[in-house]
Ligand binder design. Structure first.
Ligand code: ACM
Ligand code: ZN
Length: 775
């Protein structure tokens, strides 16, 4: 942490337990970390019932801020300062505007014995100073007699101006009270944009006066699929929507917390709920029903129908009237073109507009660009800007449109190079619907993937590929919460927290100040506030993190066990549950044979949840490995060593355990370091057809004594994957005559031409491979 110590000793940092109701001390070890916080041991400020909050001007925004601060202080400490004039001999917290602060959301916070001054460049800046003060306070159960706030000088400002979090209320609805709570959670994390995903195939959630059936019909589904499109349904009607009055109130509630709501009307795909209400807007004319399963529906708006364009304008007009946001989100993601290819109206529009396939884009992709450009021009006529998912690049970006890069950073980089603004929200770092732990059996069901807290924290939004001029177009960062597998707001909280805390430092803090260990120690204190507010958050932070490295020099696996703070870690290697008598972890564990590691942290005599990791040894494990063809850049993770690290990739291609290849093959050479007799090679592939990940086609094993001349010893041909093939891990085994060799080359070719049944037919598929074993 950047607490510069001027004189004396600062207050203890991490692991302050929630306070009891006596004298209490604040500290500035908060999340997100301030840019600069100097704390001294000069006489501190004493906060008590006589303290008043004074607003230096007759500024209504500051008055509202003062009232919010009073309630934050009361919530956390039980002490309620008065808002108004400073009492004689009493301490005061003074809020003011300081136009000399250059960042529009920046603030200064100064604490001395008499006074706390929070001066912001704007009322928003003051609000962030208030959040900092609020988070510095001890969480008191009951009422503190007084709180000691150390003498401090803080200068702070955010790194990015767009700091967002998205919430999908279509798949599962969130009540207005819960939306207010969500906004409170965003404010606590210094987030200033709430991207409200209001419409999708599974439910239309915003009242549109001109099209009443959107909510009357489109907000209700008859039932919901159970699990991952199992084919079984719950039989329970489901619905909900927000009236325009409710939306206005929520927009105000958010604005009072300096949060702009960016509404999303997802078009032209993800529109099946709207089509259920107005089937004439679809290519086939329906009938349609509000979708009862998850995925990407083929039923999209008919882009050849003038009525559709009118519908888009009419809806956007009402949306603009409700939401003051400069940006209006028009979706643009995942719009299958299968119906447009067959629809006479869509094809007539393509012809009339001379939309030809060119520059790698189909005529139908250009038709999508036409729809988005139409919406964008209409928004521009109303004085607003368009923002959309990165698919809006396909077929040409609408003038002035801002791109939300979700399929990795590729779209964001391309848009910035075209001088369009970008919000980074790559799924591999910022999709909070992904699992937080690999121990999926002990997690609520999630969509898949693996996105632990540390990976969120590690995200750097500024791509190295960009010049300084292009980099200016990266205006911010956002996390997305898609709710297919989150039926309740409590579960949404669990998926969001504490990953949102990591997000907040990506958005707010300067990269050179970031430090994960330091962040987690501050986060421990922050969780006391989560507890106090009754937020449901994931507690993996308190478990043991098992980190495995391959030592290719000695062919050993090196295991590091860490946890937050200085709790004792105890472990076993045989899969049994660790107890207080199990071996104490004192430093890295080296392994030369298979093991089943179980580890837990012990705090105050209590054991955390048990973390587990199997290590599988074979002749390839921890051997040097080289890739002769590159991985896909989004799925490179730890590089080649991932394939021989003793860790088996399991379900879910995005766990970091799998390497992904596209338009390239797995082609790896393993150096066993000395000649060895071998007769068997196997490798696993992970198939997920909906994510365009198919199986390998040809697998080939060759061996060599010198690493230069290879002799083929086994091959296997696999047919194109069938439509009915399961999404799962496939093990491919190749046996051959016992052969003595030092080097083994394994090649598995990827599918270059996806079959007719697949929506990506003719395009190259991904190939995901993990552990290569040699026996
Ligand atoms: C998205 O995740 N479909 C933007
Ligand atoms: Zn059509």
């Amino acid at each position: 942490m950047n607490l510069k110590l001027l004189t004396g000793v600062i207050v203890s940092t991490a692991f302050l337990l929630p306070g009891s109701a006596s004298g209490q001390t604040a500290d500035f070890n908060i999340v997100p970390q301030p840019l600069q916080a100097d704390v001294t041991n000069d006489a501190p400020f004493i906060l008590n019932g006589k303290t008043s909050i004074v607003v230096a001007t007759s500024n209504n925004d500051l008055k509202r801020n003062a009232t919010l601060l009073a309630s934050y202080i009361e919530q956390t400490t039980g002490v309620r300062p008065t808002v108004g004039k400073q009492g004689k001999d009493a301490t005061a917290i003074v809020l003011s505007i300081d136009k000399t602060i250059s960042n529009a959301e920046g603030y200064k916070l100064d604490v001395d014995a008499k006074r706390i001054s929070i001066a912001g460049a704007s009322a928003a800046g003051v609000f962030y100073g208030i959040q900092t003060l609020r988070k510095s306070l001890p969480v008191v159960s009951g009422k503190a007699s007084q709180v000691t706030i150390p003498c401090a000088h803080i200068v702070d400002a955010p790194r990015f101006s767009y700091r967002g979090t998205h919430l999908d209320v279509s798949r599962h609805f969130v009540s207005t009270d819960e939306i207010r709570q969500f906004i409170d959670i965003l404010a606590l994390h210094n987030i200033n944009r709430f991207h409200w995903h209001l419409t999708d195939d599974q439910g239309w959630r915003i009242e549109i006066k001109k099209y009443p059936l959107l909510t009357k019909v489109g907000s209700k589904r008859t039932q919901t699929v159970i699990g991952h499109n199992t084919g079984k349904y719950d039989g329970k009607p489901y619905g909900g929507f927000y009236t325009q009055k409710e939306i206005r109130d929520i927009v105000k509630y958010a604005a009072d917390r300096y949060i702009t709501i960016v509404p999303e009307i997802d078009l032209p795909g993800h529109m099946q709920a709207a089509l259920a209400a107005y089937p004439e807007l679809g290519c086939t004319g329906g009938p349609y029903k509000v979708w009862e399963m998850w995925g990407v529906s083929d039923n999209v708006l008919c882009a050849g129908n003038d009525k559709t364009m009118k519908f888009v304008d009419d809806v956007l007009k009402e949306v603009v009237a409700l939401f003051p946001s400069k940006y209006i989100h028009v979706g643009g993601d995942e719009c299958p073109k299968t119906q447009w290819q067959k629809c006479p109206k869509c094809q007539a529009r393509i012809k009339a507009l001379h939309l030809e396939a060119k520059d790698g884009h189909t005529a139908e992709e250009r038709l999508q660009s036409y729809v988005i450009t139409h919406a964008s021009n209409y928004l521009k006529s109303l004085g607003r800007n368009t923002i959309g998912w990165d698919e809006i690049l396909e077929g040409g970006l609408a003038e002035g449109a801002t791109v939300m890069s979700w399929r990795g950073e590729t779209g964001g980089i391309a848009a910035a190079k075209q001088h369009h603004d970008v919000v980074m929200t790559p799924n591999s770092y910022l999709y909070f619907d992904y699992y937080q732990s690999l121990d999926k059996a002990n997690e609520p069901e999630a969509i898949g993937g693996y996105l632990p807290l540390e990976r969120v924290y590690s995200y750097e939004p500024m791509p190295k590929e960009l010049t300084a001029d292009e980099a200016r177009h990266i205006i911010g960062v956002q996390a997305n919460i898609w709710t297919e597998y989150m039926p309740t707001f409590k579960q949404m909280q669990y998926m969001a927290l504490p990953r949102m805390a990591a997000l907040s430092e990506v958005q707010w803090s300067q990269p050179e100040l970031k430090n994960y260990a330091d962040f987690t120690s501050r986060l421990v204190k922050f969780t006391h506030l989560y507890d106090h507010q009754g937020y449901n958050y994931a507690k993996h932070l308190f478990n043991v993190n098992i980190h495995v490295d391959a030592d290719t020099k000695w062919q050993e696996i090196v295991v590091h066990l860490t946890t937050t703070g200085d709790a004792e870690i105890r472990y076993t290697l045989d899969g049994t549950e660790p107890t207080a008598n199990s071996p104490l972890y004192v430093g890295a564990i080296t392994l030369q044979k298979s093991a089943n590691i179980c580890a837990a942290a012990f705090r105050d005599g209590k054991r955390s949840s048990v973390s587990r990791q199997e290590i599988n040894f074979n002749k390839a494990t921890a051997c040097p490995i080289t890739l002769l063809q590159p991985t896909h850049k989004n799925y490179t993770y730890n590089g080649a060593a991932t394939l021989t690290d003793g860790l088996l990739g399991d379900k879910g291609f995005g766990t970091g355990r799998w390497l992904g290849f596209c338009e390239n093959d797995l082609e790896a050479v393993i150096d066993m370091q000395k000649p060895s007799v071998i007769s068997h090679v196997e490798l696993n592939t992970c198939v997920d057809k909906g994510s365009w990940i198919l199986d390998a086609r040809d697998i080939e094993v060759s061996v060599s004594q010198d690493g230069k001349t290879f002799k083929q010893v086994a091959t296997k041909q696999l047919p194109t994957l069938g439509e009915d093939a399961a999404d799962k891990v496939y093990t491919h085994k190749l046996d051959f005559q016992p052969t003595k060799a030092r080097y083994v080359k394994v090649k598995a070719t990827s599918e270059r031409n996806m079959p007719e049944w697949h929506s990506g037919k003719g395009k190259p598929a991904f190939l995901f491979v993990d552990e290569i074993s040699i026996m």
